[in-house]
Write a protein that binds this ligand. Structure first.
Ligand SMILES: Cc1cc2nc3c(=O)[nH]c(=O)nc-3n(C[C@H](O)[C@H](O)[C@H](O)COP(=O)(O)OP(=O)(O)OC[C@H]3O[C@@H](n4cnc5c(N)ncnc54)[C@H](O)[C@@H]3O)c2cc1C
Length: 378
């Protein structure tokens, strides 16, 4: 067992940390307040090669390891998890293509994204199908060599900046994956949602009204879509967990710095056990959440089943981030409640990690379903 970072990983972390310091942290409050999409920062991230890096080499990417991606995500999210989500959002929609796309699809949809700054989106959730994806209602009617798609997709990250969507729809009643160009006739993008946090991330409704999609854009066979959409999470959940860990790290650093400076009752705040124990718990839970995320990523990279570990990492890191952000605000007292200090932003941003890419309860259901197939844990 080896816990040391390789030279390459150390360089990646240092590069991501420097990028965060230069581009993300100084702009975090601005994008949080104006809610604009941080295209300029994505452009810098693209130039540095930290967007789309998991795309296979033969399609212009770097085929980078999930483990490396997790380390980068933690650094970016320490500066602002909303901007980090904007930078990382492509991965969720690209992975179904990496997983199930044929050569032609990868050339048409992945390769261009490594040549210029472009976005894509994963359009699966619907008004009546969130946790329970199998309830999806969007239809794909086969007409000649095309499909005609109709339905409503909700809360789609990158929805109004995407050049194409991964869409899950029912073809002959079977959940099926499609790559749908965003300029197809009949795509209607809603306004940006007014979310609690991660204001830099773009979330919109996407409606499909008689959208014609060529059979050449179907991923795999009819009926493969549910497996593709779910398998994607084995790859993305460790990275999402690492984003949550970035929030925990930011919360810990803010609380630690404040508790060292602030004096009450003639002593520093940190000298009070009631406060210092909060910091001890934060750092211990951060260590545990990191190990879960990195182990889930490592398992994926070596080709082992990581569905349980990815779910463990996602729920645990999400809960730890929410708790750390809340405790950070508590340590800061009044400053924890104003937007003069970033603690309140961390609280708003952290909440989404308990909801998207499968809510906490759903991760626990996945873990239990794996447990039920085991006699005992070794
Ligand atoms: C900001 C944001 C960005 C998003 N981005 C995307 C995106 O890019 N693409 C996309 O397709 N979707 C996206 N989503 C959708 C997101 O994945 C769903 O909101 C999430 O999966 C939960 O689904 P739901 O909202 O329908 O909640 P529901 O499924 O209605 O669940 C409501 C609550 O009940 C719990 N629950 C449900 N069933 C059970 C059960 N059997 N036992 C115990 N508890 C249960 C859930 O955990 C949740 O807490 C995004 C959502 C948000 C808010």
């Amino acid at each position: 067992m080896e816990f040391n970072l390789s030279d390459h990983q150390r360089e990646l972390v240092e590069m991501a940390r420097a990028f965060t310091k230069e581009w993300i942290s100084p702009n975090a409050a601005k994008y949080d307040r104006n809610g604009e999409f941080p295209k300029d920062i994505c452009c810098e991230a693209f130039k540095l090669g930290i967007m789309n890096s998991h795309v296979p080499v033969e399609y212009g990417g770097q085929a980078s390891a999930t483990l490396d991606h997790c380390m980068i995500m933690e650094e970016l999210a320490t500066g602002c998890s909303g901007i980090a989500t904007a930078i990382d959002g492509n991965g969720l929609s690209q992975y179904p293509v990496i997983l199930a796309g044929n050569d032609d699809q990868k050339r048409r949809f992945l390769a261009p994204m490594t040549e210029e700054l472009m976005f894509s989106a994963y359009a699966v959730t619907e008004p009546e199908a969130g946790s329970d994806v199998a309830r999806l209602k969007t239809t794909a009617l086969k007409v000649g060599n095309d499909y005609v798609l109709n339905g409503v997709k909700w809360w789609i990250t990158n929805g109004s900046v995407a050049s194409w969507y991964f869409v899950l729809a029912r073809a002959d009643d079977k959940p099926t994956g499609f790559i749908v160009p965003a300029d197809s006739a009949g795509i209607v993008r809603g306004p940006k949602e007014n979310n609690l946090g991660q204001h830099a991330s773009n979330t919109v409704r996407v409606t499909l009204e008689d959208v014609k999609v060529s059979e050449a854009n179907r991923l795999g066979d009819e009926g493969d879509g549910f497996r593709i959409a779910m398998k994607t999470f084995d790859h993305t959940r460790p990275g999402v967990a690492s984003g949550a860990n970035g929030i925990t790290k930011a919360a810990l650093n803010i609380a630690l710095s404040y508790a060292r400076r602030r004096r009450t009752f003639d002593k520093k705040l940190i000298s009070n056990q009631g406060i210092s124990f909060k910091l001890a718990e934060m750092v211990t839970k951060l260590d545990a959440a990191r190990h879960l995320a990195l182990k889930a990523a490592w398992l994926f990279d070596i080709g082992k089943d990581n569905t349980r570990e990815a779910a463990e990492a996602k729920w645990f890191a999400g809960d730890v981030a929410m708790e750390a952000a809340t405790e950070c605000a508590q340590v800061l007292g009044g400053y924890g409640y104003t937007n003069e200090m970033p603690a309140e932003k961390l609280m708003r941003d952290a909440k989404i990690y308990q909801i998207y890419e499968g809510a906490t309860e759903i991760q626990k259901m996945i873990i239990v379903s794996k447990l039920m197939r085991m006699r005992e844990i070794h």
